[in-house]
Design a protein around this ligand. Structure first.
Ligand code: ADP
Ligand code: MG
Ligand code: ZN
Length: 617
């Protein structure tokens, strides 16, 4: 049946066509007997009379139906009783032989056409049933396919022009770029290296904090080398069906082999690449299988396959050592947090497609964004562009960017949050306490801004900004920072006689610094020794059991020492604020009126006071 084999039908079409055809057949089957629709029905008696009067030109007999063609060209029909022939009927009616023989009678054999009609009518339900089954089978097969494609990798291949990234798009990571340029060269000229007997590296591990541009770099390598790029995220290997991860890996590598030379990029490989056997409550079998499969596939490359596997992680400390072994991800490329210069370059990249005002000072922006990653900077420039568009400006100005920095750092201003008069007063003294102490101590960063407009969760903010990125922290710097952190708390204590909950966040930070000084940096009487986990973050399973690798008595000593450090800082802070009580009072009173001070406005209060020069470490 041709209906069942149209070219590449979707199963929906199949079903649809079958139903239409079945309906058509049924329709014609019903219409078939009534084709001569202009004919007039007459009684058998009239027919007999007409035969006798000789007005009939000819008679054709179809089953029991007599179709009559009249002398005047019109048509009539009638029915005879079954079993009796036309002759018999006419004879019995007394029509003479001689008259009957003048009318030609054709008996049409209807057996055949009747058979087909019956067959077609009988077939309709069957067709419907068959169609139904085909439909069912198709959908069952489909869901089967879906189950099968589970094991297929969901790798996305990018090699379309518009999605292509190049090294131009990545700024401020010169070392990483230099190293990856080598990889690009391997991919472009494999022969050059092979003729020297050099083995082309199989795996490159990109290591860096989130948002520093690892994914971007990997794509840029593919773009520069002009090879296909298969990207898959580690978490996609981990699904609820056991074995899926491993088969996805197999599929991914097979796909890649067909497209060599190419790059496979496994993003966030720590999702599968953790220390095997480190899971809590029984290892995650699935993850282990997946990891094993990756290792097997990488080992299985013959020399000359020309596939480079890149992977990215921000937790190299938790990776399985087997991954980092020579022959696997033995090339490690560290993607640093951007420093001042790098931030300036990244700012340039992300202002390429934005109309910037002529007056813009990228240097200053880079200076006010320590700790921003490339992703943060992208976000910042986007916020600034949105802000400028909202204000119906033609270009993005310095002001929009500075506003966006604050927004990104501290959340949007919440001018609608109304503080009571007393709350506002307390907040002002609290913030000025931070600021004055910070300004008068050499170890604290310079003040950038003070504000008692609430933002996000905070009621007020004192914003310190380092002049340049710092890599080393001295003990005296920590001690000074502790003082400025406690400045808010102490100011409340001195001016209002009691503290509020507003200082709780400051106290937490202070405690963390003090504890780190004792347990991490050896800056206490316990001497040059560290305590506790070597990892900052606790990774479930690996560290949970033994974070505390020291005894209870040492623990209480650590607590005592940390408390001493904080007590000392508190005393220094108190002395400093008492000594400058009038100044704090004056600045706070003005801040309540003005709500925000810039660094310049703040510094004016210190004309007659000796302010120490800021220390560099
Ligand atoms: P990661 O993978 O390291 O978490 P991404 O590569 O996904 O970070 O970076 C996110 C976005 O941040 C990128 O798409 C890019 O726009 C921006 N970005 C990050 N680092 C840089 C950089 N060094 N230069 C330019 N843009 C960057
Ligand atoms: Mg990424
Ligand atoms: Zn505070």
């Amino acid at each position: 049946m041709p209906v069942l084999a149209p070219k590449k039908p979707t199963n929906k079409n199949y079903f649809f066509y079958l139903i239409i055809i079945a309906l058509l057949i049924a329709f014609f089957a019903m219409m078939l007997p009534g084709t001569e629709n202009q004919a007039e029905e007459i009684t058998l008696n009239t027919f007999i009379e007409e035969v006798q009067s000789g007005t009939i030109k000819n008679i054709s007999v179809v089953d029991n139906r007599l179709n009559l063609e009249m002398m005047d060209g019109s048509r009539q029909f009638t029915y005879k009783e079954p079993g009796a022939s036309v002759y018999e009927i006419l004879e019995r009616a007394g029509v003479k032989e001689s008259i009957i023989s003048t009318v030609p009678i054709n008996i049409e054999n209807t057996e055949g056409s009747k058979f087909w009609t019956d067959l077609l009518i009988g077939l309709v339900p069957f067709l419907l049933i068959i169609a139904f089954f085909v439909f069912m089978m198709r959908s069952a097969q489909n869901s089967n396919n879906q189950a099968m494609s589970f094991g297929k990798s969901r790798a996305k291949a990018y090699n379309k022009e518009k999605e292509k990234n190049t090294f131009e798009d990545v700024a401020g990571v010169p070392e990483a770029k230099a190293e990856l340029e080598e990889i690009v060269d391997f991919l472009k000229n494999p022969k050059k290296y092979r003729s020297m007997g050099a083995k082309i590296p199989k795996g490159v591990m990109l290591i860096g904090a989130p948002g520093t541009g690892k994914t971007l770099l990997a794509r840029a390598v593919a773009g520069e080398a002009d090879v296909p790029f298969f990207s898959i995220s580690g978490s996609e290997f981990v699904e609820m069906f056991v074995g899926v991860g491993a088969s996805r890996v197999r599929d991914l590598f097979n796909k890649a082999k067909r497209n060599a030379p190419c790059i496979i990029f496994v993003d966030e490989i720590d999702a599968v690449g953790r220390h095997r056997g480190a899971g809590m409550g029984g290892g995650h079998d699935e993850r282990e299988q997946t990891l094993n499969q990756i290792l097997t596939e990488m080992d299985g490359f013959e020399q000359g396959t020309n596939i480079i596997v890149m992977a990215a992680t921000n937790r190299p400390d938790i990776l399985d050592p087997a991954l980092l072994r020579p022959g696997r991800f033995d090339r490690r490329v560290v993607v640093d947090m951007p420093d001042l210069d790098a931030r300036k370059k990244i700012l340039k990249v992300h202002s390429r497609n934005k109309p910037l005002a002529k007056t813009i000072d990228l240097e200053k922006i880079a200076r006010s964004t320590p700790g921003f990653t490339g992703a943060d900077i992208e976000n910042l420039m986007n916020e600034a562009a949105i802000l400028a568009a909202k204000k119906d400006k033609k270009t993005v100005g310095q002001k929009e960017i500075e506003e966006s920095i604050e927004k990104v750092l501290m959340g949007p201003e919440r001018k609608s949050k109304v503080l009571s008069k007393k709350e506002k007063r307390i907040t002002a003294y609290h913030e000025v306490g931070h600021a004055v102490v910070g300004h008068l101590l050499p170890g604290c960063d310079p003040i950038h801004k003070i504000s008692i407009v609430s933002r996000g969760m905070a009621l007020g903010v004192t914003w310190f900004l380092p002049e340049e990125d710092k890599h080393l922290h001295s003990r005296s710097k920590f001690e000074d920072e502790l003082c400025s952190l406690l400045g808010g708390y102490t100011a409340e204590e001195i001016f209002f006689g009691e503290m509020t909950t507003g200082a709780s966040n400051d106290l937490q930070k202070a405690k963390k610094i003090a504890l780190n000084m004792v347990t991490k940096y050896g800056m206490s009487d316990l001497g040059p020794i560290t305590f506790g986990s070597d990892n900052d973050e606790i990774f479930l399973g690996k560290d949970l059991g033994h974070v505390k690798n020291y005894s209870e008595s040492v623990a209480s000593k650590i607590d005592d020492l940390a408390k001493n450090i904080i007590d000392r800082a508190h005393k220094r802070t108190r002395d400093l604020i008492e000594k400058n009580k009038n100044l704090v009072d004056k600045i706070a009173t003005d801040l309540i009126k003005k709500e925000t001070f810039t660094a310049e406005e703040f510094k004016k209060y210190f004309k007659n006071i000796k302010v120490p020069k800021k220390s560099q470490v």
